[in-house]
Design a protein around this ligand. Structure first.
Ligand code: ADP
Ligand code: MG
Length: 355
């Protein structure tokens, strides 16, 4: 985004923040400053009192190493509502942190939060309430795929159709948009996490090796792929042998990891096909020209673009810096609030949260 001195000056005296409350990573985009926070969406809590002990990067460090009375968890992993109080604490922490970073004392911030497109009215209300009670003066909600498309630079306000596929940790979101509205959308709970689980399962059933989620994620990132690679790779995967009970390292190839995650990749692919099936023919013809844009950390899976192109016969490309698209899109709304606020989603009156 180009430097705008007026925005910068405005930023000194007010605080407008866009938040990508991801299932895996939370990014905070402060108007006039850019993305100032990028931390894992982890919270470590006291098992007994459920009080948060650490949030963000600090909490993730504790994963798998916590003493018996502490659990580290990702409050958004299973949707917004399941860990409402903890989600709220996390939002409070990130909003507070953005607040602390401002040079002069500023009033309570205007906050825009990205939410998955499939969420219910009750979940929307939960995020809204959480941001309000975390100290916001005004809260706007935007569907993540719309924010991601904006951030990726797609012409979402154009009459021509455009398509985004945002593959995160817990959810994949597919949306076809035109004239600032969503024409077709799909949200599914198969994304990066599911692939990590696939790898854990695969190692257990093929090698009797019990591995941790972080090891699985590392294997996915280093040698995982969705299509054959020009040069297949191998990697040592460490875990505990379930029969001997002893630590063991197994050399695994990219072909095996591809096989392990194949059904998750296929599910995502089928969902994209489904969305395309439902799009009006005019929009399909626009998409054939413009291609499908991918965002989110999962879009970095090796050769995923090739695989999709092969099967969909439409050009597929990965957005620049795909993991920050939602946060950048939310920031664009703050910068052009009067024009873009119509992209925000409304809350139905009287909707309440149920615990
Ligand atoms: P969310 O929006 O749900 O917080 P992100 O967009 O931050 O998710 O993406 C996180 C997911 O992306 C994780 O599952 C992570 O393992 C995966 N990921 C990150 N980098 C890569 C990579 N290079 N290859 C494959 N997956 C990746
Ligand atoms: Mg996301």
């Amino acid at each position: 985004m180009a430097f705008n001195p007026l925005n910068w000056l405005w930023g000194l005296f007010s605080l407008d923040i866009g938040i990508d409350l991801g299932t895996a990573n939370t990014l905070v985009n402060v108007r006039g400053k850019g993305i100032t926070i990028n931390e894992p969406s982890w919270v470590a809590i006291d098992k007994r009192t459920r009080q948060p002990l650490a949030i963000g990067a600090e909490a993730k460090e504790m994963v798998g190493r916590t003493p018996a009375n502490v659990i580290a968890l990702r409050p958004l992993r299973d949707g917004v509502i399941s860990e409402f109080e903890i989600t709220q604490a996390m939002l409070e922490y990130f909003i507070g942190k953005a607040h602390e970073q401002s040079i002069v004392p500023v009033p309570r911030p205007r906050v825009i939060v990205g939410i998955p497109s499939g969420v219910t009215e009750v979940e929307k209300r939960a995020v809204y309430d959480a941001a309000m009670s975390a100290g916001a003066r005004e809260v706007g909600l935007i569907e993540e795929p719309v924010a991601a498309a904006l951030g990726a630079g797609l012409p979402v306000n154009d009459v021509r159709g455009s398509m985004i596929c945002d593959i995160g940790g817990g959810t994949s979101e597919v949306a076809i948009m035109s004239m600032g509205g969503v024409v077709v959308s799909r949200s599914l709970r198969v994304a990066g996490d599911e692939m990590d689980q696939d790898i854990v399962q695969y190692m257990r059933s093929k090698y009797n090796l019990l591995i941790g989620e972080r090891m699985a994620e590392q294997a996915k990132i280093e040698i995982g792929s969705a299509y054959h690679l020009p040069e297949e790779k191998t990697m040592l995967i460490r875990g505990r042998n379930l029969i001997t009970g002893l630590p063991e390292a197994v050399e695994v190839s990219s072909v095996e990891i591809r096989e392990a995650i194949a059904s998750s990749v296929q599910t995502i692919l089928d969902t994209i096909k489904d969305a395309l099936d439902e799009a009006p023919p005019e929009i399909i013809s626009d998409l054939m020209e413009m291609g499908i844009c991918m965002a989110g950390g999962g879009s970095l899976l090796q050769a995923l673009d090739k695989r999709l192109m092969e099967e969909l016969r439409i050009r597929v490309w990965v957005a620049e810096d795909p993991m920050s698209c939602v946060a950048r899109g939310a920031g664009m709304i703050l910068e052009n609030y009067d024009i873009l606020r119509r992209l925000l989603v409304g809350l139905e009156r009287g909707s309440t949260r149920h615990n």
